[in-house]
Write a protein that binds this ligand. Structure first.
Ligand SMILES: Nc1ncnc2c1ncn2[C@@H]1O[C@H](COP(=O)(O)OP(=O)(O)O)[C@@H](O)[C@H]1O
Ligand SMILES: [Mg+2]
Length: 437
């Protein structure tokens, strides 16, 4: 039977809706507890005539958090005429009825809400694991299988893949599936640390090794003892350090800078590069012997354009992950947007997808994300940079709110009137922009 969460003080709903499995709760806190335990696609909110402004604000907060449920509300005329009610309807509700409601119309609306919610949940949900390398494409499935295999070994792993394709995530997955999972996973970006500092960062230093070395310090390799170290952008490692790393891979020992005694460290090395290391070897930029030491277990993370079947799942996962940044009325992606995602070439891979989804969460005006919200409509892409537009819009919004609040001495009602938005919208905007009440 179809489940329905029903927020009401009236205990006759179960009898009035015999084709539904009605989960009756009397308030928002109880509803939140219920939905946390068992998510429900469809919900009915039966508002009492005594509902006040504070109640509507609490309802707004509740609905913002529980946007996955499709809600229908019953509002007595006293509530339906309140200024904040329109915002609730526009932002959160699938449908609403002014009481007394027509039972037949209500039954239709509930059925419709349930049908739409079901379609939306079936098209995307249940396919994406909450964490790790998401996706169902053949390419990512193969990669996950390789990761499981590689994880069991102890030899170094060399991951190749374009920027933003998920190399670090793959390295984490290898560590997590290995015997070392309980040990530390220490990532280090060889390209991000100034060359002069890399050696002491990686290998540590002895007291007095150089000016400022007041005491002995362990390096990152030591700090990964019992676990794995992830050397990202390994091609950026200066040549003299390549020899040190090679010695460590061969002998499992390191010398802290300025120390005379070697230290044995048990660490597995996972390295990654977006440049072709073999080519770097040919150009004399990368030590050949180190390349062969590292390349025992090679792994390639496929570019996003080689696994287009994952796009909808990934987009939905990031939509959920960053849902706090979105307008409450936004429910998901339009089919035009999903088509645009598949058509795009994704030079920035998954990182680019995350950025585009986050931009859309801010820019989208309607209930569904449109291609241009993702910066993917051809006309828009050529005309201007949508990301910059999004940022300047957010900043302008924040500045306007701050200025108005200042003018009205923090009086929210007056500022809202000046900004031509409801007080509730203003409260919500203030929360979004981190402006204290
Ligand atoms: N298959 C995936 N599923 C979910 N998130 C992913 C996936 N691949 C990459 N990401 C995310 O994309 C971003 C870039 O991934 P990252 O591993 O840092 O890429 P790289 O190291 O190759 O530049 C990270 O936020 C990562 O969590
Ligand atoms: Mg990276």
């Amino acid at each position: 039977m179809r489940e329905l969460v029903c927020i009401s003080h009236d205990d006759t709903w179960a009898a009035r809706l015999p084709t539904w499995d009605v989960q009756l709760v009397s308030g928002l806190a109880e509803a939140a507890r219920l939905l946390r335990a068992t998510p429900c696609l469809t919900g009915l909110i039966d508002l009492p005539a005594s509902e006040g402004e504070a109640g509507l604000r609490a309802l707004d907060r509740f609905l913002r958090l529980h946007w996955r449920t499709h809600w229908i509300a019953l509002a007595p005329p006293s509530v339906a005429c309140m200024p904040d009610w329109a915002d609730i309807v526009l932002d959160h509700l699938f449908d609403f009825h002014t009481t007394p409601a027509d039972p037949l119309r209500l039954a239709h609306a509930l059925g419709h809400a349930h049908g739409v919610a079901l379609l939306r949940s079936q098209s995307l949900a249940g396919t994406a694991p909450p964490m790790g390398l998401a996706g169902n494409s053949a390419a990512i499935t193969r990669l996950r299988a390789q990761i499981r295999k590689v994880a069991r070994a102890e030899a170094p792993v060399l991951i190749w893949g374009e920027s933003g394709s998920g190399k670090e995530l793959a390295a984490q997955a290898i560590h997590a599936a290995s015997m070392r999972a309980r040990g530390p996973f220490v990532p280090i970006n060889c390209g991000a640390i100034p060359p002069a500092l890399i050696q002491s960062e990686l290998f540590g230093h002895a007291r007095g090794a150089f000016t400022g070395a007041a005491r002995d310090k362990a390096g990152l390799i030591e700090s990964a003892a019992g676990g794995s170290i992830f050397l990202d952008e390994i091609a950026d490692l200066p040549k003299e350090l390549q020899s040190n790393l090679l010695r460590f891979l061969q002998e499992k020992t390191i010398y802290r800078v300025g120390a005379t005694r070697s230290i044995t460290v048990d660490v597995r090395v996972i390295a990654a590069s977006h440049v072709d290391l073999q080519q770097a070897v040919a150009l004399g930029q990368f030590r050949e012997d180190l390349y062969y030491r590292l390349n025992v277990l090679p792994l390639t993370v496929p570019a996003l354009r080689e696994r287009r079947d994952d796009l909808a799942i990934l987009a939905e996962q990031f939509f959920r992950a960053y849902a706090a940044e979105k307008s409450p009325r936004l429910k998901g992606f339009s089919s035009a947007a999903l088509r645009a995602l598949r058509a795009h070439a994704w030079p920035g891979n998954v990182r680019e997808l995350i950025n585009r989804v986050r931009r859309a969460l801010v820019l989208a005006e309607g209930r569904l994300i449109a291609p241009q919200d993702l910066g993917l409509a051809p006309a828009h892409a050529a005309a201007h940079d949508g990301a910059a537009l999004g940022v300047s819009r957010i900043e302008a919004e924040r500045a306007a709110i701050l200025a108005s609040l200042q003018r009205w001495d923090g009086n929210v009602t007056r500022a809202a009137r000046e900004l031509a938005i409801s007080r509730m919208t203003l409260y919500r905007q203030m929360a979004k922009h981190g402006i204290a009440t």
